[in-house]
Design a protein around this ligand. Structure first.
Ligand SMILES: *Cc1c(COP(=O)(O)O)cnc(C)c1O
Length: 394
C-alpha cells in the first residue's frame, strides 16, 4: 500500500524537536501571534529573500487579505486560472469582484500569457492578475509582469503549492511569491511546507502594503481598539509557528529531493516503455520546479486510477472540475467548451505518490503497478497519448 501522501516518516524524525518547541509555547502561554510567530515570519522572509512576511491563519485568508489590501472591490475584474483550488477564485468573488478565467498552457498547467493578453484586449477594469504556481512550478512571471506593467495591474501570486520554487526573472532567480506585489502561501498540512493545522503567509517588498496587510489580518486595527479598516481575524497560532519553524530548516532539502524523485519517476516510466501512453511532466532545467505534485496525463484516467487503487496505489486528481464550471460560479456565464485546455486537463491529470521520504522501491512499485495495468486491463497504444480500455471478457 503506497499512499499518495504519507507524512508519518517525516514526523517520526521531527517529533522530538517539535514537541520540545510545543512545550515552550505552553510554558509561555503565548498562543496567538507573539514571539514564536514573529520569529517564524522573520525566518520565512529570510528564506524567501523578501522584506516582509506577514503570518495569517490560512492560505485562503492570505488571498482574501491580499486582494483587500490592493483595493479590489465590487465590479472589479481579476484575471486568474480556472485550473486551481477553489480558494483562488472565491477570494475574488467574496469581495464582489469578477474572476476572469483564462485558459492554461497545457504543458505547464499554469496561466497562458497569450490567453491573458487576449482577455485584456476584450475587458476593461481589470485590476489585477492572480497567477497560481500549480503543482510547485512557477507560472511565467516574466510574461505576466510585462502585461501587468503595460496595463497597470497589480499581481498577487498564489504560491500555496510552491514554497521555495525558483524561476528566472530579469536575469535573477526569484522565489515564487516574491515577484508580484504580494505573494500568498498556505501551510495546510499537505503542502510542501505544512503545519499541524491551518496556516498561511503573505509576503511583499512594499512597505505600505506590508503595514496594510498587518492591519487587515487583525481587524483593521493600527493600535488596540482603534479600527481603521474592515479587517478580519486571521492570525497565526504560535503552535503552528513552532512546527513550521522546525520544518522550514528542512524545506530546501525536501524540495530538492522532490525534484530528484520526479526525475527518477520520469526515468522509470521511460525505461518501462510507458512514456508514450502516459504524458510525463517536464522537469525544467531553467527553474526549480519543487513538484508539490507529480502529475501525469492519461487518456482514460478514471479507470486507470481505479485499477491503481485496487493495486494499493493512492493517487489524487487536482482538480476534476475546473472552476469556471463549478455550480457556485454559474452566474459568471461560462459554458462547457469555453476553456478547452483546462477542461481537457481536468479529465486527464493524475497526481502520483510523491513525498520526500519516498523510497526507490516504492517508486518502482508504482511504475510496476502501471505495467500490470497495461498488461491486464489496458491496451496502451503507441500512437501518441491514446490508451484504450479493452474490457476483457471476464
Ligand atoms: C491550498 C491552496 C489554497 C488554500 O490554502 P488553505 O491554507 O487551505 O486555505 C489556495 N490556493 C491553492 C492553489 C492551494 O493549493
Amino acid at each position: 500500500m503506497i499512499k499518495q501522501l504519507d507524512l508519518s516518516e517525516q514526523y517520526k524524525n521531527l517529533n522530538p524537536e517539535i514537541l520540545d518547541r510545543v512545550k515552550q509555547v505552553f510554558e509561555t502561554q503565548q498562543f496567538v501571534m507573539g514571539n514564536f510567530v514573529g520569529e517564524f515570519e522573520k525566518s520565512c522572509a529570510g528564506y524567501l529573500d523578501i522584506k516582509h512576511a506577514i503570518a495569517v491563519a490560512s492560505g485562503s485568508d492570505a488571498l482574501l487579505i491580499a486582494l483587500l489590501s490592493i483595493g479590489i472591490q465590487r465590479g472589479d475584474k481579476v484575471i486568474t486560472t480556472p485550473f486551481t483550488f477553489f480558494a483562488t477564485a472565491s477570494a475574488i468573488t467574496r469581495l464582489g469582484a469578477i474572476p476572469l478565467f483564462v485558459d492554461i498552457d497545457p504543458s505547464t498547467f499554469n496561466l497562458s500569457v497569450s490567453a491573458i493578453e487576449q482577455a485584456l484586449k476584450k475587458h476593461h477594469r481589470v485590476k489585477a492578475i492572480l497567477p497560481v504556481h500549480l503543482y510547485g512550478r512557477s507560472a511565467d512571471m516574466e510574461g505576466i509582469m510585462k502585461l501587468a506593467k503595460k496595463y497597470s495591474m497589480y499581481v498577487v501570486e498564489d504560491a500555496a503549492q510552491a514554497f521555495g520554487a525558483r524561476s528566472r526573472y530579469r536575469n535573477e532567480y526569484k522565489k515564487a511569491g516574491t515577484v508580484g506585489d504580494i505573494g500568498c502561501f498556505s501551510f495546510y498540512p499537505t503542502k510542501n511546507l505544512g503545519g499541524a493545522g491551518d496556516g498561511g503567509m503573505l509576503v511583499t517588498s512594499n512597505d505600505k502594503l506590508a503595514s496594510l496587510l498587518k492591519m487587515l489580518r487583525a481587524h483593521g486595527s493600527p493600535e488596540r481598539y482603534v479600527h481603521k479598516y474592515h479587517g478580519i481575524n486571521s492570525r497565526l497560532d504560535a503552535l503552528q509557528a513552532v512546527v513550521l519553524s522546525v520544518k522550514l530548516n528542512h524545506i530546501e532539502q525536501w524540495n530538492h529531493t522532490r525534484m530528484e524523485l520526479a526525475k527518477r519517476y520520469n526515468e522509470l516510466f521511460t525505461e518501462a516503455g510507458l512514456a508514450k501512453a502516459i504524458t510525463l511532466p517536464d522537469v525544467p532545467e531553467d527553474m526549480t520546479h519543487i513538484f508539490h505534485q507529480y502529475t501525469v496525463r492519461i487518456k482514460n484516467r478514471d479507470s486507470v486510477r481505479q485499477a491503481l487503487k485496487e493495486d494499493g496505489i493512492g493517487t489524487e486528481v487536482y482538480y476534476p472540475i475546473p472552476l469556471h464550471l463549478q455550480p457556485v460560479f454559474k452566474y459568471l456565464g461560462y459554458k462547457k467548451g469555453s476553456l478547452k485546455q483546462t477542461e481537457l486537463a481536468a479529465k486527464e491529470v493524475l497526481s502520483l505518490p510523491l513525498y520526500p521520504e519516498m523510497t526507490v522501491e516504492q517508486q518502482i512499485q508504482v511504475v510496476e503497478s502501471f505495467k500490470k495495468i497495461q498488461n491486464s486491463k489496458l491496451k496502451i497504444q503507441n500512437s501518441g497519448l491514446k490508451i484504450q480500455n479493452i474490457q476483457d471478457s471476464k
